[in-house]
Design a protein around this ligand. Structure first.
Ligand SMILES: Cc1cc2nc3c(=O)[nH]c(=O)nc-3n(C[C@H](O)[C@H](O)[C@H](O)COP(=O)(O)O)c2cc1C
Length: 363
């Protein structure tokens, strides 16, 4: 069950990036709700491996249920476990109401809500006629017949249609609407400025909660976004991949946060593929260090890793050395090339020079 206050800070659904360890990490640092990546309903019904993989990824709810059923045995542990497992929403795509409902039934015990993706701009969505390609008026009766718990939309191609679509979703029974305020057809779809004015208008015209999505790069953006739109919450995607602590107003040390994520992956084996794990760690490091002279070497090296241990070792040895972090244990007479590299400056909040520069550029 998702409460209105859970909607404040939301980790966006992201294909191959919304794995359980990553969702846990974002929650540790302030996310009040996390979405899974978009799942294919027909595969949940017909592909046992796919179903099992994604149920494993939702294991946190099993822990919750188990904790509840053992409440008499350990009341304190139960309360703790439940508090540590905030709500999760499973996102589905598709255009066949019956298939979507059947798929929803396969996961409903393991999540707190089912979201319908009405924003996917990809070619496969165009070909399959789902996601953002259902935003046109002719498909509204179909959309109305699906009635998910929540809906994530983009701006309609015909701009004035976005508000009536929101009204129609509200009337159909959806509990909240997230608006990623960019068009499906934008040339670089996630780039460019989101039109927060439409989020504000949608919030003014609906009674159900409205979530604003787009344009958040920093903690200040997050606050400005909510102040400007009056939305009930903000969903963040791309920036969260670089800084999973944005909802806590922290810019973490990239190596430390990578190690924390790897630890979660180790604890919850089988939720993220090595490909996804590499991608996360690359993004954490890239977020603050992409302009460092050693960043290209790091990219090559991480692509060659094959396990969590390989990635951990890369971070603790080479990356720390490249960053000058190993220097303290070196002799002052050591003239190795790393020693001549300029030491990164850490400000009192633990932010690196690069991050500060990045913030000023993005702000
Ligand atoms: C790698 C990646 C994968 C994404 N996958 C999904 C998805 O599965 N479902 C969805 O509704 N949106 C998806 N999105 C879009 C995000 O949820 C979000 O709407 C978008 O990135 C805009 O928010 P942002 O500006 O904070 O990144 C994805 C975005 C990224 C970067």
């Amino acid at each position: 069950m998702v409460e209105v206050e859970d909607l404040r800070y939301i980790a966006a659904p992201m294909v191959n990036q919304s794995d359980f360890p990553f969702r846990q990490l974002t929650r540790r640092y302030g996310a009040t709700l996390a979405y899974t990546q978009m799942l294919a309903p027909e595969r949940l019904i017909n592909d046992q491996d796919y179903l099992e993989t994604h149920l494993r990824d939702l294991w946190e709810k099993h822990v919750q249920e188990e904790a509840r059923s053992h409440m008499h045995a350990s009341h304190r542990v139960c309360a703790q476990t439940t508090r540590n497992a905030p709500p999760v929403v499973v996102q589905l795509c598709g255009n066949d109401p019956e298939t979507i409902v059947r798929a929803a039934r396969t996961v409903q015990q393991h999540c707190d809500g089912i979201d319908l993706n009405l924003g996917c701009p990809q070619e496969h969505a165009r070909e399959g006629h789902y996601g953002g390609y259902l935003l046109g008026r002719k498909d509204w009766p179909l959309v109305q017949s699906i009635v998910p718990v929540s809906t994530k939309i983009r701006l309609c191609q015909h701009a004035p249609d976005t508000l009536p679509l929101g009204t129609l979703l509200e009337a159909s029974g959806t509990s909240w609407v997230t608006l990623h305020a960019r068009h499906v057809s934008a040339r670089r779809r996630r780039q460019g400025v989101a039109d927060l004015q439409v989020v504000k208008e949608l919030k003014d015209s609906l009674r159900i909660p409205v979530i604003s999505n787009g344009n958040v790069r920093t903690w200040n953006d997050l606050q400005d976004n909510r102040t400007y739109t009056s939305a009930d919450g903000c969903m963040v995607g791309e920036t969260l991949l670089g800084n999973p602590c944005i909802f806590a107003n922290i810019v973490p040390d990239p190596v430390q946060i990578s190690l924390e994520y790897l630890e979660l992956c180790r604890e919850h084996q089988g939720c993220a593929t090595i490909h996804d794990v590499r991608a996360h760690v690359r993004r954490f490091v890239e977020h603050q260090c992409s302009r460092k002279p050693w960043y290209a070497k790091f990219r090559v090296a991480i692509n060659q890793t094959e396990s969590i241990e390989d990635i951990e070792s890369l971070l603790l040895t080479k990356v720390n050395r490249w960053r000058g972090k190993a220097r303290r244990i070196k002799s002052t007479n050591d003239n190795s090339s790393e020693d001549t590299e300029q030491k990164e400056h850490l400000d009192p909040k633990g932010r690196l020079d690069d991050e500060l520069t990045g913030l000023s550029l993005l702000g």
